[in-house]
Design a protein around this ligand. Sequence first.
Ligand code: NAP
Length: 473
Amino acid sequence: MSQDQRPLRVAVIGAGPAGIYAADLLSRSEAVAEGQVRVSIDIFDRYPAPFGLIRYGVAPDHPRIKGIVNSLHKIMENPDIRFFGNVEYGADLSLAQLREHYDAVIFATGAFYDASLHIPGIELDGSYGAADFVAWYDGHPDVPRQWPLRAKEIAVLGNGNVALDVARVLSKHAEDLLTTEIPENVYAGLKASPVTDVHVFGRRGPAQMKFTPLELRELAKSRDVDIVLHEEDLQYDDASRAAIESNNQIKALIKTIDKWKAEQAERTEHASRRLHLHFLQSPAEIVGDADGKVAAIRMERNELDGAGGIRPTGEILEYPVQAVYRAIGYFGSELPEIGFDRTRGVITNVEGRVVDETETPVPGLYATGWIKRGPVGLIGSTKSDALETITHLLEDRAFTAAHPEPEAVPALLDRGGVEFTTWEGWHALDAHEKALGAAAQDAAGNPRQRVKVVEREQMVDISRSGASADARD
Ligand code: NAP
């Protein structure tokens, strides 16, 4: 095949929204539409199933966001895009192998781990990272099946949407999650939880929350959970008032807070669980008991500084809690042989072109999504990010792969003994999970839409045997 006849071969590492959007935008790019170039894309993921953050990061009771899977599914049906699951970059596939088989590689590996918080007591039994808990309730194959839900009182640190997800799931009654795809072990764990109070702490003021209005309002929809606000936390300075006036998102958030404050004053019947929203308090220390278990959290009171910031007052407030979840942001993980900015937790890149220590682009290597720009922004913002990356990829395009034949890739993985899954395999696993759901019931006796398979081996077995059965049909 001459170089100008063959398609540009592109590998995408990570089958989450960032990787799938990049593949989609590449396959629908102007250069492709105008016939200047053809593309053939393989998306790899270390998990046997695709969809990354949507499957393993979005809360189960967020069907609207989980629904993004439908549009990602459609993209993956494109015959120019293949899926190879259960393949880990750096372990099952090296950079040299990728370079041999592809003209360009896009890293879209996201951010999976929690940012660290350096306060005394953070290592105590009962102190957790939100990302680990999210992975557990989303049935991630690589985390333990059991989660210790023994605490009656819980602190959640952070004022972003992950803090809201974690606080909502911790405070909800487990039966109310049966309409979702939560696995059986997660239902059983949450059902046994003795929780009564979940305290969410923001270090800044109410006008500096990072929640989005829809997600904040959703808290009020949990059955038998009262939202509790504390008058001393609800402080506004001139900078706060200016922010509320000029920013519709902040205005909407404060409107919700004001509404809840009014409802709280009128409340005559009380729920069995409470979700407290605290502001202007920074975590100072987690206090342990004699057995090394979390017994309390000490928070330092902050005050607004008049210029949009805060300053500590020195006043310490202690809350009895038996568990602490830090939801203070995610942090990307370093990939073998790829430059990494350890301060920001991202691949070193300029507008999606991977660069070396002298800021010189490394030919053929690109990044997109959270591993490119850091763990901020809603799923939609990943699209504009991917557009920038693939625009550069097409500008730079060069046919460099020694083995661009698509069939060389499964052969390479087979030779390496990698039990990879495919898009046909996902169809099989998807059908299996839906069948498990149809056979189960929610609290109202209705069939469930899906029950997730959690064990990696089981996912691989169902995918691989289902895919080969499809091939026999
Ligand atoms: P985030 O929005 O950046 O929020 C992190 C929070 O942690 C902020 O309130 C931050 O406070 C606080 N924080 C950071 N360091 C702290 C410290 N040392 N002590 C106390 N607090 C600290 O991050 P995220 O919640 O992980 O969310 C990541 C992205 O995913 C966001 O864009 C989010 O909207 C999105 N997301 C969306 C949904 C959804 O349902 N739509 C769900 C989950 C996540 P400061 O503001 O003071 O820095």
